[in-house]
Design a protein around this ligand. Sequence first.
Ligand SMILES: *[C@@H]1O[C@H](CO)[C@@H](O)[C@H](O)[C@H]1NC(C)=O
Ligand SMILES: *[C@@H]1O[C@H](CO)[C@@H](O)[C@H](O)[C@H]1NC(C)=O
Ligand SMILES: *[C@@H]1O[C@H](CO)[C@@H](O)[C@H](O)[C@H]1NC(C)=O
Ligand SMILES: *[C@@H]1O[C@H](CO)[C@@H](O)[C@H](O)[C@H]1NC(C)=O
Ligand SMILES: *[C@@H]1O[C@H](CO)[C@@H](O)[C@H](O)[C@H]1NC(C)=O
Ligand SMILES: *[C@@H]1O[C@H](CO)[C@@H](O)[C@H](O)[C@H]1NC(C)=O
Ligand SMILES: *[C@@H]1O[C@H](CO)[C@@H](O)[C@H](O)[C@H]1NC(C)=O
Ligand SMILES: *[C@@H]1O[C@H](CO)[C@@H](O)[C@H](O)[C@H]1NC(C)=O
Length: 775
Amino acid sequence: MEISYHPVCCFIFILLVVCIHSCCDGVVEAAEAASTSDQRRTYIVHVHSNSVMSHRQWHQSFLPVNSSQGLLFSYKHAMSGFAAMLTEEEVEALSKKDGFLHAHPSKDYKLHTTHSPNFLGLKRPPIEGSNNNIWRDTFSYGNGVIIGILDTGISSTHPSFDDSGMSPPPEKWKGSCEPPIICNNKIIGARSFIFNSSISSNASEISMDENGHGTHTASTAAGRFVDDASVLGSAKGTASGIAPNAHLAIYKVCEKSSCPTASILAGMDKAMEDGVDVISLSLGSLEESLYNDPVSIASFKAITKGIFVSASAGNRGPRLSTLGNTSPWIFTVGASTIDRKILAVVKLSNGNTFQGESAYQPTDFNSKSFFPLVYPESNTDIYSPYCENVTTLKTVGVERKIVLCNAGIVSREEAGSNVQKAGGVAMIWLPPSRYGFRTSANADVFPTSGVNYEDGYKILNQYYNNPNLTATIEFSGTQIGRDYPAPTVASFSSRGPSKVTPGFVKPDIIGPGVNILAAWPYPVGAFNVSPAFNIISGTSMSCPHLSGVAALLKSAHPEWSPASIKSAIITTSYWNNNDLNSIVDQFDRRPASFNVMGSGHVNPIKANNPGLVYDITEPNEKYYLPYLCGLGYSDMNVSIFTGKKSMCSDVKTTIDGVDLNYPSVVVALGKFNNYSRSFSRVVTNVAGLTNYYYYNLTVSPPHGVIVNIEPTSLEFTSNTGRQLRFTVSVSFDAKSRGYASPLEEYGYFAWISMDKQIIVTSPIIVTKEGNFYIG
Ligand SMILES: *[C@@H]1O[C@H](CO)[C@@H](O)[C@H](O)[C@H]1NC(C)=O
Ligand SMILES: *[C@@H]1O[C@H](CO)[C@@H](O)[C@H](O)[C@H]1NC(C)=O
Ligand SMILES: *[C@@H]1O[C@H](CO)[C@@H](O)[C@H](O)[C@H]1NC(C)=O
Ligand SMILES: *[C@@H]1O[C@H](CO)[C@@H](O)[C@H](O)[C@H]1NC(C)=O
Ligand SMILES: *[C@@H]1O[C@H](CO)[C@@H](O)[C@H](O)[C@H]1NC(C)=O
Ligand SMILES: *[C@@H]1O[C@H](CO)[C@@H](O)[C@H](O)[C@H]1NC(C)=O
Ligand SMILES: *[C@@H]1O[C@H](CO)[C@@H](O)[C@H](O)[C@H]1NC(C)=O
Ligand SMILES: *[C@@H]1O[C@H](CO)[C@@H](O)[C@H](O)[C@H]1NC(C)=O
C-alpha cells in the first residue's frame, strides 16, 4: 500500500485508500470556489426543530413553492434540517424564514485479516469446543451487536460476509437491504445515499463497491472466518474481522473516494433510525470548529441513542496537529503497525542488506544472481527518477537492471509496470521522507522491494559512490514475531494536539492500520485468486478494528454506555511494544508521545475488565452543551447541535474540556489560571464489589509539574454505591527549573486494585499557555 498525499497519484484503487482521508482540503476549497448565482448546489440547511409538522413537511416549507427540486434528504435524527439543491437566491430567500439557523454547501469528505486479531490477543481456539477462549466465550465473537459501516458500499457476495451459523438480527432492528443486495444474517442492512440522481436511481450501485475500501473496512470490523486467505499467496492464514459474529449494516455514503457531507448525514440519520449499536467512519477532513463539522453534529445526536461512534484520525502524519474527528463524543482512532512483515530483502554486492516489503513474492525470481542497479536520470525528462515514462526508461537503459524508482508521481504499481515494459528485472521503490522507517507490503505486479526512506537514501548513496554496485532481491515470505518490534505508530497516522478540542488526549487510541489484509471485491496484483483479499494501510483500516473491539465489549457488556466502552479501551491500553520497550514513532523511531500514539494501544482482553470506568450519564443539554459554550461558541453555533434556540447564557456553568469526565487529561497552565488548575472525575465501579472494591492511587507527574489527587484510595462499599469522585490539582512546580521537558515523558495517574490485576490508567499532558510541551 502506498501512501500518497496527492490526489493525482491516487491512481489505482489500492492507492486511494490511504490518501483517502488526507487529500480533502483541495477538494473542499475547489467545491466552495465554484459558484455562480444561478447555479444549483447541494446545500445543508440547519433549521429549528418543529413539533407541529412532520420533519419532512416542515423542511419542505423552506423550499420555494414551485421549485422543481425537492428535498434531497430530510434529516430526522442526525441533525435538525435538510439537504437540497438550491441557488444562492433561494438560500438567501429561505434564510429569511422563521426557524432558519444556518446553510452551507455540502462538502466532500475523504475516505481516510489474517493476523491483526491475533496480534490483539484474539485467538480462535485450535479446536472448537476447547476452553478458555475469551474471544468466543466472553465476547461471543460480537454476537448480537450491529455495526453500521459508512463507506463505499460492499461486495456482499464475498465469503467474509457468509452468514452460516449466525443468529438473526435483534428485534429492535428496523433496517433493510436495497436490491440487488439481499440481506442475510451477516449483512442486515444495505443502502446507498449517493445523491447524484444519475447514480442513485441505479440501486445496483450499492453492491458495486468499485473502490474496495468499504468491503475492506466492513470485513475488518466483522468479517467471518475465511480459511486460506492471502493476497498473492502472502500473509496466508485464516482471515477474520474483529467481531466475526456481529451484524453489519452498510450505508454507502462515498462514491469513488469522495464522501459528500449531505450523504454522510443521510447515512448517519438512517443508521440511527435503523438501530445500529456502533457507527464506523473511516473518513473525515481536517478538524474545524465543531459546528461546521457534520460528523460531529450527527455523532452528538448518535451518542444520545447509546450509539458508539468510532472514526479515523486521518493520514496526515507525521506532522503534529493534523487530526480530524476530534469531538469528545467521538472515539478517534490512529494507526499502528503489527508484527508481520512480508519480506523483499535488497542485497547489495557490497554486502549490505535492507529489509523491504512486497506482498508479491515471485517464486521464479533468481535471488542468487546480482543485477546492475540504475537510478533513471535523464537530461530531457526531469521526472524520469519517478519511473513515470516507459520511453524515458528505455532511453536511460534499464534493461536487465534493478531500477530505483522514486515515489511521488505515479503509483507503485504503475512504476513497476513501466519498469517491466522497459525491460527491467525488478524495482526498488524509494518512498518520500515523511515515511521515515515505514515499509509497505503492496500487492505488486512486478518483482519489487518497498524499502523505508532511510534505507532508500542509503542505497542511492552507495549507488552514487560505486557505479559498479549490483543488487538482488530475496523474497523471504511472511515473517511474524518479535524480530519486528511492534506496535509502532504509523508514520502517516495523524497526530494531536487537537486545535479545536483541548482538554483530553486525541487521538484516543491506536490500533492496527498498516499492511492490513482484508476482503476485496476483485482480484489484485499479479494473480487472479479468489476469494480476493488485499493488503492496504491507513487510519481507515485501524478505525474498523476499534469498531470491532467496541462491538465485542458491547456484546459482553450490553449495559455499557458509549462513554464506558471508550473509557474501558483507553484506561487499559498499553505503551510498550512486544520488546517491552516504549512504543516508538515509525517516522523517527523515537518513543511516541501521547500526541502521537494517543492514550495508547488497544488491548481488547484487558478492556473487557477495566475495573473502573469514566462514564457520562448526564444528558447532552446538561453536559456537552455547557462544554460547547465553554469553547466560546455563539448561541447560533450551539443551536446547530440542538435544533433549538439555545443560549449559552442560559447554561449556568460552562465546562472546559478538562472538566469533562474523560479518561485522559490535557491541562493548560498559564498566568490566566495562576499556573494551577483543579478538576474532578467520577469513576464507576463495573467490576462489582466482591473482588474489586479497593483501589490505591499511583501518580507519575510530568516533569516540572505537581499533581495532587484526593483522596488517594477509593473504597467502594454498599454505602458509597458504584460511583466515587476524586479531585485532581495540577500546578507547576516552582522549585523546578523551567518548563522544558523531554517529549518522551509520560505523565499519568492510575488506580490499582488490591491484587494489582486491574490498573486504570489516565495519561496527562500539561501545556503552558496552550503550547504543548509535555506529553
Ligand atoms: C405555482 O404553481 C401554481 C400551479 O401550477 C400556480 O398557480 C402558481 O402561480 C405558481 N406560483 C408561483 C409562485 O410561481
Ligand atoms: C452526477 O454524475 C454525473 C456523471 O458521473 C456527473 O457528470 C455530474 O456532474 C454529477 N452531478 C452532481 C450534481 O454531482
Ligand atoms: C444499472 O447499472 C448497471 C451497470 O452499470 C447497468 O447494467 C444497468 O442497466 C443499470 N440499471 C438501471 C436501471 O439504470
Ligand atoms: C514519454 O516521453 C516521451 C518522450 O519524451 C513523450 O513523447 C511521451 O509523451 C511521454 N509519455 C508519457 C505517458 O508521458
Ligand atoms: C568499476 O568497474 C570498472 C570496470 O571493471 C573498473 O575499472 C572500475 O575501477 C570500477 N569502479 C569502482 C568504483 O569500483
Ligand atoms: C458561529 O458563530 C459566529 C459568531 O456568532 C457566526 O459568525 C457564525 O456564522 C456561526 N456559525 C454557525 C454555523 O452557526
Ligand atoms: C493568583 O495568585 C495571586 C497571588 O496569590 C492572587 O492574588 C490572585 O487572585 C490569583 N489569581 C487567580 C486567578 O487565582
Ligand atoms: C494502599 O496504600 C496504603 C497507604 O500507602 C497502604 O497502607 C496499603 O497497603 C495499600 N494497599 C494496597 C492494596 O496496595
